[in-house]
Ligand binder design. Structure first.
Ligand code: SF4
Ligand code: SF4
Length: 427
């Protein structure tokens, strides 16, 4: 694609990056076929190729209107288009640059601005979110049906978090909303890794990874969150943690990109790069240690899973399959543990959660959720599993099946043998 970026941005780092991305796009349109919003709305401007063209116009200083912003707002940032693109166009990065520019050059209505600010303030602060969640649960019986259903029920007991007794250590991100909604996820990951001879620890003072505010287009605030998290983690990195484990793929994709997002920050560039190198999705960690894991798989639990016919429909979050390009790894781990994976049609399509998308674009989000639940339930599973807290909470609002994190299922499958082995395993 030929470009002619405007003077105000051409020679900036963002301008050069955007120009290089735009020039890779050959306008073939393959990406539109896998874009969830294009499939729903059928409008070229609600697909990747149209949005790329809108951003090109903005970067070339053509008039930017509320319509440009609307089409960019409707993008889920699912990055299915990146997986499909044969030319390697980094659409997600272009969208960051395009959204920042369009936000600066247009004025949102006051109500929208307030809503986005409130979401950024509440969701990215663990204690504020936990407090509001507790109040919502108290008020649940008094709320109208649809609103009451959107308030997640009290999380089941997390079980014990093993003492940090191992010489081998890994960090895990607690995150912002996950501790309030599903504290059992990290506890389950800690138990599985403890049985494998690794202590999983959360760093004191570690907060949100920044993805939430970044995707609400408060990109500078998101980078401040990233810097704060790097500061909280750094003493553990210097102390020699082997890896930083992500149990939420939405956070994982963000932290893996710290190195790139902070490459022009002289103070943080080197640290950010190191943090990104250390960061792994929990499925990557467990698949590397697959042999150890298999020795821990309780034969009777595995057989019981098979006999009971525990049928799992796995929803691979966009941030796992498109953002991190991790394909089939969780499915293999669950299969090794005796779970039967059911077929899920159109597994590449987003469930409609997408950070705060379900709140900011409720109509489109509900349509995507309905399609996703139909696809997940089509193989008659007994449980739905996923890898990201946002997807988990969102899908749970649309199905009677229980939605769990896959690591909880592995925790159960490694439980009995794991405890016996862990008790006899030296540090
Ligand atoms: S598939 Fe890639 S090259 Fe083709 S239009 Fe989409 S982004 Fe451009
Ligand atoms: S990120 Fe997802 S919603 Fe946005 S253009 Fe790409 S495929 Fe479509």
């Amino acid at each position: 694609m030929q470009t002619n970026l405007a003077d105000f941005i051409r020679d900036t780092p963002e301008g050069r990056e955007a120009d290089a991305i735009l020039r890779k796009c050959v306008h073939c349109g393959f990406c539109t076929a896998t874009c969830p919003t294009y499939l729903l709305l059928g409008d070229e401007n609600d697909g990747p190729r149209g949005r790329i063209y809108l951003m090109k116009q903005a970067l070339e200083d053509a008039a930017i209107t509320g319509h440009t912003r609307l089409h960019l707002d409707r993008c889920l940032t699912c990055r299915a288009c990146e997986t499909t693109c044969p030319s390697g166009v980094r659409y997600g990065r272009l969208l960051d640059i395009g959204r920042k520019l369009v936000e600066a050059k247009t004025a949102r209505p006051l109500w929208e601005r307030l809503k986005r600010r409130a979401l950024a303030a509440v969701l990215a602060r663990r204690s504020v979110f936990a407090l509001l969640l507790a109040l919502g649960r108290l008020a649940r019986p008094l709320l109208p049906g649809a609103i009451a259903r959107s308030v997640p029920r009290k999380a089941p007991d997390s079980g014990a978090w093993p003492a940090p007794r191992r010489a081998r250590r890994m960090l895990v991100l607690a995150g912002c909303v996950q501790p309030g909604l599903a504290p059992r996820i990290n506890a389950a990951a800690a138990r599985v890794l403890d049985r494998m001879g690794v202590s999983l620890v959360e760093a004191k003072g570690a907060g949100c990874c920044g993805a939430l505010r970044h995707h609400l287009n408060f990109q500078d605030d998101g980078l401040d969150d990233a810097r704060a998290l790097i500061d909280a983690w750094w003493p553990h990195v210097e102390a020699g943690v082997e890896a930083i484990v992500m149990t939420a793929s939405g956070c994982g994709v963000m932290v893996k990109e710290y190195g790139e997002l902070l490459e022009h920050d002289a103070r943080y560039a080197a640290k950010a790069k190191r943090i990104s190198e250390l960061t792994k999705d929990a499925s990557e960690i467990l698949s590397v240690h697959r042999e150890t894991l298999e020795t821990l798989l309780d034969r009777s639990a595995r057989n019981a899973n098979r006999e009971r016919g525990t049928r799992v429909a796995f929803h691979s979050p966009c941030t796992l399959q498109h953002g991190q390009q991790i394909h089939g790894v969780v499915e293999q781990l669950l299969g090794a543990a005796g779970y039967q994976l059911t077929a899920v049609p159109d597994a590449h399509l987003c469930c409609g959660s997408a950070g705060t998308y379900s709140i900011l674009q409720p109509k489109l989000s509900r349509q995507l959720l309905a399609n996703k639940v139909t696809a997940l339930e089509s193989g008659s599973p007994t449980v739905v599993a996923t890898a990201n807290i946002g997807c988990l909470a969102h899908i749970q609002t649309g199905t009677r099946l229980t939605v769990r994190h896959w690591v909880e299922l592995l925790d159960e499958a490694t439980g009995r043998v794991g405890e016996e082995t862990a008790a006899s395993t030296p540090d």
